[in-house]
Write a protein that binds this ligand. Structure first.
Ligand code: AMP
Length: 437
């Protein structure tokens, strides 16, 4: 990694503004998954143990902006308001404002401050705003080794808008900017990149989480031990065009499952019945298969599938299923998982690999009737000695649900960010950091 980390700078006595990813799932004020808090702890500990003043900031969810611009309605809400008859608008606006106020309770980071403090066995002061009087007072009272957590950065309208004024105010809390939020490293918001890009944080380094994510994933992509197998799944081809192309360049074998496989199969001339088909991408899929042939690489597609007459509604509803080979796909059915023959072929490819990366489920894994393919891939990865990298999101959830988490080399904490890495893109939250000399 060519970016400086917290170990490369003197942090003692310095105000370190640390962008972490505390976007944790919450239910009724209780945190239901603490992984992201745990992921940030090594960096936080290192900093306070080395005498830094640790000022943590993060977003949580998609709340209304409630600080700088008063109550800022969302685009959808504004449009809905405009469409209402004039005499109903005031009342509707009132309702939105009530909703925005509720967001303050729903998306506050206060419970995270409390939980973090319990985990560290150390006081974490919670500031009730991001750059307002509460934050300013909390920071000015800090001694070396103290920790402050600022309120949800997205309560400030300027966070997502990269507002320079907001960056200027944050700069008062920042002798050293530390980015350890891999999950938002692909975003170019005020606290994830803009504060550095505008020149308000001259010293900008990464924390241990980003360092680890990059060293494992970027290394695997740049210098994979071969054979290198990439497994892609999920719903739509259109969402993963660049990922498919970039991975095809880098890997030896590309395995495709999930809804996106059916556009590839259609492009090969198969009847895919009512399966997900992205007609606009048929030509793209044909081109990718041609490219694979030219590069002497393999693309594996399902040879059999589990189908149903209708997409289950609700998604985990019990429906009657059928298993068939692709040649016999019924015209009035939809393929919702890979079949047993495909599972065997995919598992064998994993067995023979030295590096495997995986992103996206093989079927509608939310329903146990269509989860076998995804679970079988997770199991194959758990049982190989290859370097195994899970690119966050649904595949990470499946691996954890099955209890295989500690059998993987690396499970990324950022679904979107890791996909952008797989696309070969530079992530703004990392690009902006200081290079190693
Ligand atoms: P993505 O967000 O693109 O990774 O897609 C994940 C979603 O793809 C999951 O919610 C799955 O239910 C869905 N999915 C996977 N396989 C299929 C399939 N064969 N047909 C329809 N949806 C699928």
């Amino acid at each position: 990694m060519n970016k400086k980390s917290i170990k490369d700078v003197e942090v003692k006595g310095k105000k370190c503004l640390v962008r972490v990813d505390f976007n944790v799932p919450m239910k009724d004020g209780v945190i239901t998954d603490e992984n992201r808090i745990d992921g940030a702890i090594p960096t936080i500990k290192y900093l306070y143990e080395h005498g830094a003043k640790v000022i943590l900031c993060s977003h949580m969810g998609k709340p209304h902006n409630i600080f700088t611009e008063g109550f800022d309605l969302t685009k959808k809400e504004k449009k809905a308001l405009e469409e209402l008859p004039e005499n109903e608008r005031a009342q509707a606006k009132e309702e939105y404002l009530k909703k925005a106020l509720k967001d303050k309770q729903k998306f506050t980071l206060k419970p995270v401050a409390e939980r973090l403090s319990e985990k560290l066995g150390k006081k974490v002061t919670f500031a009730e705003d991001v750059v307002g009087p509460s934050a300013t007072a909390a920071v000015s009272n800090m001694k070396d080794g103290d920790i402050v957590l600022l309120e949800n950065t997205r309560f400030e309208a300027g966070e997502e808008k990269r507002d320079e004024e907001l960056c200027k105010k944050l700069a008062k809390f920042c002798d050293i900017y530390v980015n350890d939020a891999f999950g938002t490293a692909h975003r170019s918001h005020a606290t994830t990149a803009a504060i550095v890009e505008y020149g308000y944080a001259k010293t900008a380094v990464c924390g241990f989480l980003i360092e680890k994510e990059l060293s494992v994933m970027a290394d695997a992509l740049e210098n994979p031990v071969r054979p290198f197998v990439a497994i892609l799944g999920g719903a739509k081809v259109a969402d993963k065009l660049k990922v498919i192309e970039n991975l095809l360049d880098k890997c030896d074998t590309l395995i495709i499952g999930g809804g996106m496989a059916y556009t590839f199969l259609y492009a090969k001339g198969y009847n895919v019945g009512k399966s997900l088909l992205d007609e606009e991408q048929v030509e793209y899929c044909a081109n990718m298969m041609k490219k694979a042939e030219e590069l002497n690489k393999k693309i594996y597609l399902p040879v059999d599938m589990v189908t149903a007459k209708e997409f289950p509604n609700p998604i985990d509803a019990v429906v009657s299923t059928n298993t068939c080979d692709i040649e016999n796909m019924p015209s009035d059915e939809e393929a919702l998982d890979i079949g047993p023959k495909t599972i065997k072929i995919y598992a064998d490819a994993v067995k023979n690999a030295k590096t495997v990366i995986w992103n996206g489920p093989m079927g509608v894994f939310e329903n146990p009737l269509f989860a076998k393919g995804t679970f079988a891939v997770a199991e194959a990865l758990a049982n190989t000695s290859a370097t195994t990298i899970i690119g966050g999101g649904d595949s990470a959830a499946a691996v954890k649900q099955l209890g295989f988490a500690d059998k993987m080399t690396h499970i990324s904490t950022g679904g979107g960010a890791s996909l952008e890495l797989f696309e070969g893109k530079k992530l703004p939250g990392i690009e902006c950091l200081n290079d190693k000399n």
